[in-house]
Design a protein around this ligand. Structure first.
Ligand code: UD1
Length: 425
């Protein structure tokens, strides 16, 4: 097991590059199952979750190969429609192969998914959509089986604009007969990126990025090449890192539009954010951030995947802040760890009240999920003394060599094995 050791107090300066979006790469890799032949997906980050998705596709008979920043999938032969439980359990997004498998082969059998422990994460909306398209769905022994000789276009209203459900239904509907309308669809940039990939395969998806998707089914798709959009959550995390450490950072490979809710909140906190024409963003901060109130919402609202990182920021602000989590229940597991570092946070249901402190102090803390882990790293960057962040594999699910990027910008952060720490004590 590895840990990150951080000595706080170093401002971040210089330039860092954001990688391709994990949450766009995952559904796009799954979507490559829809066409026989070789698809190529570029700027895919090196992350454990991507390896899991590649493993899922290999287990289904696809030939998957990785080069430094690309994934090639030859989905000519699909020999299984049942990904192994260990892979599905490891990552909830494995469930995204349900739609493509069903559309391509007429059958899929998948265990109930796992993933980060951030509250109950049902899949009822995915199943409701697939059933509306004519899939017969059976559940039992923790397994879900869906069957349909050919799916038929239908009107699907999502009770909540779920990202995964929108993606799964879109991937199923592209090969259905007739037209599908998805109402109250998710509008996230990753959904748009998936729609663009599907359209480059020959699909006819319109309206991606709005809350109504119109999908005219086609009889077959062709493999395609695609470049994944930059990761807006990684970008947001680095922006917060620059702001918290009172540094100045050029963050390269971003889409300003995707960062609007993040930029707006940072500016409200007093951070200077400059959008540049060359696809980069410049962040500078010289004082303590002001307190801000945040409510997480589906896109274009403030992303839940940056809630924990902004909690780290507000814990050193000069005023008080309220952060309300509306997307996931039980996504405050970083609070008790931040409190161990001196943060003053009270939870009341879905709201957290944060009383900004002049500083934080280093402590031994543990990641409980991916974004909670990122928040602890950020807190460590400004805490006095040494912070040891354990269970860092959570962070590795979503950030490619985060510590290397931070260290290049001036942070004192290193990765060591737990046994090395014990020896040093
Ligand atoms: C995706 C992202 C995740 C992000 C989340 C919200 C990926 C791989 N992951 O997750 O990082 O935090 O969007 O932006 O893209 N829900 C239901 N029934 C369903 C599906 C979802 O009730 O069938 C609920 C969930 O419990 C949750 C909310 O909808 O409360 C949002 O979930 P959803 O948008 O589906 O998130 P994911 O696609 O799992």
């Amino acid at each position: 097991m590895e840990v990150l050791i951080i000595r706080g107090g170093k401002p971040l300066n210089g330039e860092v590059r954001v990688g391709g979006a994990k949450n766009a790469s995952l559904p796009i890799i799954a979507a490559s199952l829809l066409a026989p032949g070789s698809s190529s997906i570029e700027d895919v980050p090196h992350l454990n979750d991507i390896d899991t998705m590649c493993g899922v596709l290999s287990s289904l008979g696809a030939k998957v190969s990785r080069s430094p920043n690309a994934v090639a999938v030859d989905a000519s032969d699909i020999s299984s429609v049942e990904p192994p439980y260990e892979l599905v359990r490891a990552m909830r997004a494995s469930f995204l192969v349900m739609g493509p498998l069903l559309a391509r082969t007429g059958r899929a059998r998948i265990s109930l998914p796992g993933g980060c422990a951030i509250g109950s994460r049902p899949i009822d909306l995915h199943l409701k959509g697939l059933a509306a398209l004519g899939a017969e769905i059976d559940m039992g022994y923790g397994q879900i089986e869906a069957r349909a000789a050919r799916l038929t276009g239908a009107r699907v209203y999502l009770d909540f604009p779920s990202v995964g459900a929108t993606e799964n239904i879109m991937m199923a509907a592209v090969l259905a007969s007739g037209m599908t309308l998805v109402e109250n669809a998710a509008e996230e940039p990753e959904v748009v990126d998936l729609a663009n990939f599907l359209n480059s395969m020959g699909a006819r998806v319109r309206g991606a990025g709005t809350n109504i998707l119109r999908i005219d089914g086609v009889t077959e798709l062709e493999p395609a090449c695609h470049m994944v959009i930059p990761d807006r959550i990684e970008a947001g995390t680095l922006m917060v890192a620059a702001a918290m450490t009172r540094g100045s950072l050029v963050i390269d490979n971003v889409v300003d539009e995707h960062l609007k809710p993040i930029t707006a909140k940072l500016r409200e906190a007093g951070v200077s954010v400059e959008e540049r024409d060359d696809g980069s963003i410049y962040v500078e901060m010289r004082q303590r951030p002001a307190g801000i109130d945040i409510k997480t919402m589906p896109y274009p609202g403030f992303p839940t995947d940056l809630q924990a990182q902004f909690m780290a920021l507000t814990s050193i602000s000069s005023g008080s802040s309220v952060i309300t989590e509306t997307v996931f229940e039980n996504r405050f597991m970083h609070v008790s760890e931040l409190a161990r570092m001196g943060a003053s946070i009270k939870i009341d249901g879905r709201a957290a009240m944060i009383e900004g402190q002049p500083g934080l102090s280093g402590a031994q803390v543990r990641c409980t999920d991916l974004r909670a882990g990122a928040a602890l790293v950020l807190a460590g960057l400004v805490a006095s003394g040494e912070t040891v962040v354990s269970d860092v594999y959570h962070v590795d699910r979503g950030y490619e060599r985060l510590e290397e990027k931070l260290a290049r910008a001036g942070a004192d952060i290193r990765r060591v094995t737990e046994s090395e720490v014990e020896k040093a004590v």
